[in-house]
Design a protein around this ligand. Structure first.
Ligand code: KG4
Ligand code: ZN
Length: 350
């Protein structure tokens, strides 16, 4: 069995995989939304402390519920980065200790690769390559060409804020509750049009996304309104903001799809939970005559199953070496590895 661990932000998550399966046999997740709600955002130090309490408890709970024990685990997969350093350290230290104590393989996984591979958590999914993947989360906005699992090339990325960050910051400007993305999207869905229209950002540069100008434009518009007006116009402001973010994502995806003629599209990361984005990406894939793969909502946001899938794919690719119990190291992990708050995705492609 393989134990997968994810602690890069505010979810403590673990998943168990049996044999070669790409779907987990059991999972546990502890969300910290309530803890961070009062601060209006994730407080890294508190998140790390919470992970260190929750992680061993989740493992204990999973073991007692499934009747499995540490000796059944033959490999550990953990998010090495990118993410919040203190949070990553908790998962990485736990994984290293666990793997070293048992003399088993350790797979250091890139969080973004996890988000992409999350589409495989649906057992009916087979991805046709090359695929064009739009990864949109609280920390990342990237378009990648996926030639094969493990073989990626970057097509476009954000110059400033990530799409999820834009949702969160604009929600906060509009006084909407935390977490911002889902609450902004809920309010936006209460109207069908808006008297406002915001810039899409970096329209002339297909290699870059940009959302910081949008945030400033929404803030300026909101500041010019009275308290009553702002209250009355919140839904329309949210609607126009959501449209600007979504259309910028779809336009650039469409541009790169024309460039590389992919056989499928992948939409993933926390912002892929957004229904307008899902709908517009579906329309794009229909127009292109290709399939759109989107993980189910619980696998769009951070989870451990997506980390386990990447390790399962690597294990399949790299034969049995890393899986062997006598081999205490994973494919490219030594115990000198440490959490990497910054881990450019390009380094994975070398
Ligand atoms: O992937 P994720 O769980 O964590 C990171 O790796 O960042 O993504 C979280 C992000 C947050 O910015 C959150 O506001 C956004 O995803 N998000 C949404 C929606 N649900 C989550 N944004 C827009 N609409 C949603 N429905
Ligand atoms: Zn994520």
């Amino acid at each position: 069995m393989l134990l997968a661990i994810e602690t890069s932000c505010d979810e403590t998550a673990i998943a168990l995989f049996e044999g070669d399966s790409l779907q987990p046999s059991a999972e546990r997740i502890a969300s910290q939304i309530r803890l961070h709600e009062q601060y209006g955002g994730v407080v890294p130090e508190l998140a790390a402390r919470e992970h260190s309490v929750a992680l061993p408890l989740l493992v204990q709970d999973l073991f007692s519920a499934t009747g499995c024990s540490a000796k059944d685990i033959k490999a550990v997969a953990v998010t090495l980065g990118p993410g919040l350093q203190g949070c990553l350290l908790v998962g990485v230290s736990f994984a290293k200790a666990f793997a070293q104590a048992l003399g088993i393989a350790l797979y250091p996984i890139h969080h973004i690769e996890g988000h992409i591979a999350a589409v495989l958590l649906d057992p009916s999914t087979t991805v046709s390559f090359p695929a064009l993947a739009l990864v949109v989360s609280g920390g990342h906005t990237m378009l990648l060409e996926v030639s094969q699992w493990g073989d990626y090339s970057l097509r476009a990325e954000t110059r400033d804020d990530a799409a999820g960050e834009a949702f969160d910051k604009i929600a906060s400007v509009l006084g909407l509750p935390y977490p911002g993305g889902p609450s902004l999207s809920k309010v936006a869905s209460s109207v069908e049009e808006s008297r406002y229209s915001f810039p899409k950002g970096m329209q002339k540069d297909p290699l870059s996304f940009s959302f910081s100008g949008l945030k400033t434009a929404v803030a300026r518009t909101a500041q010019a309104l009275s308290v009553e007006e702002l209250k009355a116009h919140t839904a329309e402001l949210a609607f126009a903001s959501e449209v600007a973010i979504v259309e910028s994502l779809v336009e650039k995806t469409s541009y790169h799809a024309r460039e590389i003629s992919p056989k499928s599209l992948i939409l993933t990361g926390g912002v892929a939970a957004n229904s307008r984005l899902r709908k517009r990406m579906q329309e794009l894939s229909t127009a292109l005559g290709i399939t759109l793969h989107v993980p189910e909502i619980r696998y769009c946001t951070d989870n451990a199953a997506m980390i386990g899938v990447v390790a399962q794919l690597q294990r399949a690719r790299l034969s049995t070496v890393a899986w062997s119990a006598k081999d205490s190291l994973g494919p490219y992990a030594g115990f000198e590895i440490g959490a990497r708050a910054r881990w450019p995705f390009e380094e994975l492609m070398l």
